[in-house]
Ligand binder design. Structure first.
Ligand code: 8YV
Length: 323
């Protein structure tokens, strides 16, 4: 029996590519370039499964309907706002993602940003590298402490909860959250989280605000100029979710005026482009979408895709089926 043909739009960790090659006829994108819409549409016509990443805009024109051979889109990542899930559903194409395996890595990165911004680590590192450090001084580069401060979380899924656990148990922070659905008492109690139904009220109460909601139209510019104006003057914004959740220009203006103390960003509205007004600011830490970028997690994400494909081609429902 012939093996299913699968295509990976980007290079994956070698161990995962080898694992997949034992089971499938795998097409890899040898030079790892971001594939064009035309290349991805062609892949949908010539492969049984196509496995995209966050860099691939899988809209209706890519998914297509005429002559499409692919029956499953196995996304390498938990967020899937770059995939038109409705178009897949209409075309009878299954979609899967990779939850759980990147929770800890992404929560670690949220804390990395939180600490870097609070303790002005990016700014300090730039000063030392520029050979511009005049030497220790009592009033030099004074930051903020985390202990006893309120961390407001927008969204309270797996990654937000893991972030809250680190912040509460590791750094003594108070936790509050806003989300469409309140979580069960056991989840709240684990980090002494307080539910705040109003996003605006949460923003007004938070010393640190960390975003953990999905991307897509429903959360586009959820953090806009008006909401940034509601933040405490000394507040810090952290975004490890999706860039589109924040109006980057409004954020840059607020940071430039010192209306909030700082921001730490791992994601951007139009990656890999970054709003130019952010680039020259000292009070923002900018990382290149590193949330899941650990050796362990990137392999685990690939194995999770493999598990979904294995189930699908065995005629079972993939464990991480979205559509
Ligand atoms: C992934 C992410 O690396 O999984 C997600 O949603 O944002 C990232 O950490 C990326 O999506 C890979 O496709």
């Amino acid at each position: 029996m012939s093996r299913p043909h699968i295509l990976l739009t980007r290079r994956w960790p070698a161990a995962v590519e080898a694992h997949l090659a034992e089971r499938y006829d795998v097409t890899v994108n040898a030079d790892d370039h971001p594939m064009s819409a035309a290349e991805m549409a062609e892949a949908m016509r010539t492969h049984d499964a196509v496995c995209p990443t966050v860099t691939d805009i899988f809209d209706a024109s890519v998914i297509g309907t005429d002559g499409v051979r692919a029956r499953i889109v196995g996304n390498y990542g938990v967020g899937y706002n770059h995939v038109d899930v409705e178009a897949c559903r209409r075309a009878g194409i299954t979609v899967t993602n990779t939850p759980d395996v990147l929770t800890d890595a992404t929560a670690d990165l949220a804390l990395t940003l939180l600490l870097m911004v609070a303790r002005r680590a990016g700014e300090g590192e730039r000063m030392v590298r520029a050979d511009a450090w005049p030497g220790w001084a009592p009033t030099q580069m004074i930051g903020r402490e985390l202990n006893g401060k309120t961390l407001g979380l927008i969204g309270f899924g797996r990654i937000a909860q893991a972030t809250a656990a680190r912040a509460h148990h590791g750094f003594g922070m108070r936790i509050a959250y806003s989300a469409p659905r309140r979580q069960p008492a056991a989840i709240e109690t684990a980090v002494l989280a307080r539910y705040e139904p109003s996003v605006d009220a949460l923003i007004e109460q938070s010393d640190f605000l960390s975003l953990h909601c999905p991307g897509g139209p429903a959360t586009h510019h959820l953090i806009n100029a008006e909401r940034i104006a509601r933040m405490k003057p000394g507040a810090i914004l952290i975004n490890t979710a999706r860039g589109t959740v924040v109006d980057e220009r409004a954020l840059a203006a607020a940071l430039a005026e010192g209306r909030i103390a700082g921001a730490g960003l791992d994601v951007y509205e139009t990656e890999p482009k970054v709003e130019p007004a952010l680039l020259g600011l000292e009070n923002v830490v900018l990382l290149p979408h590193l949330g899941s970028a650990t050796a362990e997690t990137r392999v685990a994400m690939g194995m999770r895709v493999a598990r979904n494909l294995d189930a699908f081609f065995a005629g079972e429902t993939p464990p991480d089926r979205i559509a």
